[in-house]
Design a protein around this ligand. Structure first.
Ligand code: NAP
Length: 340
């Protein structure tokens, strides 16, 4: 399987390390021969056939700051150039999430699908803004568009809902989908901290970005909720169709009051009749009520009832493992020549 990898940050580099570590096992157990032929970052690209030496590209990135410093480097080559020039089976898109325009990921994904390349992405922005159109474009071109790493990092939340519950009818899906906000709310409850104190702790521990707006104002959860609504429940919605409320106004006394009643305040993305993101009170005995940076999702199906998946919601290696899961799915579909 020939792969073009766009973006070589935390997730892209983790993916390269995972391929290096698991290469022969992937071949032996799954018959998956991963050959990365191109890697692009903001500084340019590295391209080689039949495949790049990923260890050398990782070294070049670390010493030269860009993959273009590799011995196969091309300064200023763009992702769009490579999408149109390289003959690959899959484009793996891992550029930063942009929820205003979806760029640059949206253009990368659209260009790849139009050229009948399978796409695997961890980038929520393009999906949150244009998932119905992108799914249509993939179907029209009979290629796969897979994004299991966008919700729950390595935890197979989308795959569980899509495959394991395919025979049932999902009535409601709700989840704690953002580790940063859950860490903050947990620390407000367990240590009696204010929102700002808990946020500062989260920053010091590396759980919150320097600019935590997307997390604490609920937009990261909203992106994931849009993806769940479309992919698992057939709702053709984008970010603009959701009501979104974050946790910035949640006070210490609200959290303490909830605790006295045996409940916790949690930021919940919910797809039911309405689709929304807001802080909700959850019984502390409810398995959904997880603490720290974990994610948890409840699937309520008409016949199977309630099921909950709990796992780590992010992390480079965790998310890279979701990319591999999607590549295995692409391999399966390539042999079937059908993408549902
Ligand atoms: N990190 C996680 O745990 C996690 C989990 C789930 C999903 N995600 C999502 O996965 C994506 C990648 O995350 P990350 O943590 O790896 O981000 P990151 O560390 O910021 O890496 C982003 C990479 O994209 C490259 N890039 C930016 N603009 C580009 C362009 N126009 N053309 C080519 N490359 C470009 C950057 O290049 P430079 O290196 O040159 O700056 C960088 O290598 C994001 O959308 C994120 O939301 C991340």
């Amino acid at each position: 399987m020939r792969i073009l990898l766009i973006g070589f940050g935390v997730v892209g580099q983790s993916f390269a390390k995972l391929v290096l570590a698991r290469r022969s096992e992937l071949m032996k157990v799954h018959g998956l021969n991963t050959r990365v032929v191109g890697v692009v970052d903001k500084g340019g690209a590295a391209v080689a056939s039949p495949e790049l030496d990923l260890a050398e590209v990782l070294d070049a990135k670390s010493s030269g700051g860009t993959v273009a410093a590799s011995k196969h480097g091309i300064r200023n080559a763009s992702a769009l150039d490579l999408i149109s020039e390289l003959d690959v089976d899959v484009v793996v898109e891992t550029t930063p999430t942009n929820i205003k325009t979806g760029q640059p990921g949206l253009s990368h994904i659209e260009a790849a699908l139009k050229l009948k390349r399978n796409v695997v992405t961890t980038n929520k922005g393009p999906l949150a803004l244009a998932l119905p159109e992108l799914v249509e474009l993939a179907r029209y071109n009979n290629v796969a568009l897979l994004f299991s790493g966008t919700v729950g990092g390595g935890t197979p939340i989308l795959d569980f809902g899509k495959r394991c519950l395919a025979s049932d009818r999902l009535v409601m899906v709700e989840g704690i989908l953002n580790g940063t906000t859950n860490f903050i709310l947990t620390s407000m409850e367990a240590e009696g901290k204010s929102f700002n104190e808990a946020l500062e702790d989260a920053k010091k521990l590396g759980y919150a970005e320097a600019d935590p707006t997307l997390d604490v104002e609920g937009w990261d959860t909203a992106c994931k909720t849009v993806i769940i609504a479309n992919w698992l429940m057939g709702r053709e919605v984008t970010l603009k169709d959701l009501t979104v409320e974050g946790i910035t106004h949640v006070t210490k006394s609200e959290v303490e009051g909830a605790k006295r009643k045996g409940k916790s305040v949690k930021l919940v993305g919910r797809v039911a009749e309405r689709i929304d993101v807001k802080p909700r009170l959850i019984d502390r005995s409810d398995p959904l009520c997880i603490s720290g940076t974990l994610n948890a999702v409840r699937f309520v199906s008409q016949y199977a009832g309630d099921e909950i998946i709990i796992g780590k919601g992010a992390g480079g290696m965790e998310t890279a493992s979701a990319i591999l899961r999607d590549l295995l799915e692409v391999k399966y579909h390539m042999s079937q020549r059908w993408y549902g």
